[in-house]
Every structure is written in C-alpha cells, then in structure tokens.
Write a protein that binds this ligand. Structure first.
Ligand SMILES: Nc1nc2c(ncn2[C@@H]2O[C@H](COP(=O)(O)OP(=O)(O)OP(=O)(O)O)[C@@H](O)[C@H]2O)c(=O)[nH]1
Ligand SMILES: [Mg+2]
Length: 248
C-alpha cells in the first residue's frame, strides 16, 4: 500500500444525524478496497456536530482503524461539511484524490471502483450520473422530476456540455481540481444544497478534464432527510439567473 504508484483516495462523507447509517457505510466503503487497484482508500466523516450518536460511533471506529477519520466541523450545512472535509483530507490526511459521497446509502459503495478508475486514465474529475446507459435511478417519481428539472435549469443557464449530472454528490476528483478554485467560487456557507451543483460547475469552468460513469441511486432507507426543497429550488433558480446575467 505504500508504493509511490498508489494514490491516497479519501472518501469525504458529510453527516448530520446519521447514526443508523454511518457504521455500515464506512464498512461498505472500506470493503471496496479489495476491488480497487492503484488507490489506498480512506474514509473521512465530516460531521456538523450531530445531535444523535454519529460522533460517538465514528470516534470509536476511528480509534480502531487508521483508515477511518472524523472531523467535527461544528457548523451546520452540507457545503461547509464538504469544504472543511476536502481541506482536512488534503492538509491532514495527504489525500491525492477526493471522493464526495452521501452517508445514507443513496450512493452505492460498489460503484466506487468505476468512479475511481478514470482518474488513472488522465481524467481529473469523474462524475457519477443517473442519466447514462447502465445507470439505475430508483428514486421516487417526484425526486426524479426535481433532479431532471434542476439539472436542466443549470445546464441551460450555463450552456454546460459534456456532463449530464450536476446535482448528486457522487464524484471523484484530483485534489488540484478543488485547490484551483477561489475560496468564494462556491457558496459553501449556504445551508441549502446549492454548493453541490455549483462546486462541479466551477471545477469544469476552471478547466478540469471530466468524464462521467453510470451509477445506481437508491431512496434513503434509514434516518431522516435534511433537504429543504423550497430553499434548494429557490437557490438553484437564483444561481442560474445570476450566472446568466454575469455573462450578458
Ligand atoms: N456535515 C453535514 N452534512 C449534512 C448536513 N445536512 C445534510 N448532510 C449530509 O449530506 C448528505 C445528503 O443529505 P440528505 O439529507 O441525505 O439529503 P438528500 O439525499 O437530498 O435527501 P434524501 O433523499 O431524503 O436523503 C447526507 O450524508 C447528510 O447526512 C449538514 O448540515 N452538515
Ligand atoms: Mg440522502
């Protein structure tokens, strides 16, 4: 594992109140190491000071496994969780590669080998997509409508080509793609999930060579959703409008 040819991949998973998911998610991610060549896989849980037992559970796992890490961000918001997690992974864990993945099993750990492989073939960003041949989108109808709508609005507003999926958090990228961005390029501090699509849009705009792979997406089975639809939809429309205006 210490060979110079092996890249360190840190799977950064943001959490808030995920006591029912997090231990099995960590185990499932680390189990994929057996199917992954060229990467040394670690997990970093980036938690917004959960009120349930998430912190306690992960602390115990981290104490017993050098591939498991915990960051208590101590501030609410998925964007802050992601930004601080990426920074910590690069600065403290020597990550070469970052993976962005939800902690509630909506993303499939078994898709990780396919997500990482293109990074060894010269791509800097790999996007998991629900909209390719071979993808499986098992989300309920209203969630499919929301994701298709959000993806279309953002792609039309920005004239984005080359990616079909902007809104879900299943991506792998070289650390340089993150470090290239100005600190204010992404609205990390917004409490809605707007940072998730904007982060990808900004990495692409900054010139990252990207590709997509099919993924399987499931509905959440355990725990509760933190998505506030009204704020997310409002923030997507506002972002699309502002970006359009900036260009005219
Ligand atoms: N660090 C951090 N993570 C968060 C926060 N809110 C949500 N998350 C995590 O971000 C991921 C996505 O949040 P979800 O609540 O699952 O949102 P969603 O997937 O759009 O909604 P569901 O389909 O209902 O699950 C999960 O891993 C959450 O635990 C937060 O305030 N801070
Ligand atoms: Mg979820």
């Amino acid at each position: 594992m210490d060979s110079v040819d092996v890249l360190r991949a840190v799977v950064v998973t943001p959490t808030y109140d995920e006591e029912d998911n997090i231990a099995s998610l960590i185990a499932a991610v680390l189990a994929e190491q057996a199917n992954i060549n060229g990467f040394d896989v670690h997990v970093l849980v980036s938690d917004s000071h959960s009120q349930d037992r998430t912190l306690e559970i992960v602390r115990q796992l981290a104490d017993n496994d050098p591939h498991v890490h915990l960051l208590d961000v101590n501030q609410r918001g998925i964007g802050v969780g992601l930004r601080e997690g990426f920074r910590y992974a690069i600065e403290q864990l020597n990550a070469d590669v970052l993976v962005q993945m939800d902690s509630d099993f909506q993303h499939n750990p078994q898709d990780l080998p396919h997500l990482l492989a293109p990074l060894l073939a010269g791509y800097e960003v790999v996007v998991g997509s629900r909209f390719l041949a071979g993808s499986h989108n098992n989300m309920p109808f209203y969630r499919k409508v929301l994701s298709v709508g959000a993806n279309q609005v953002i792609r039309m507003a920005l004239g984005l080509r080359g990616v079909t999926e902007i809104t879900t958090s299943f991506r792998a990228f070289r650390k340089e793609a993150f470090l290239r961005l100005a600190p204010d390029a992404v609205p990390w501090e917004e409490e809605s999930f707007i940072a998730v699509p904007v982060f990808l849009v900004r990495m692409l705009a900054a010139g990252a060579k990207a590709t997509e792979v099919p993924m399987t997406m499931h509905p959440r089975v355990r725990g509760y959703s933190k998505m506030v639809y009204s704020r997310y939809i409002r923030d997507i429309l506002l972002f699309a409008l502002k970006d359009r205006l900036r260009k005219t």
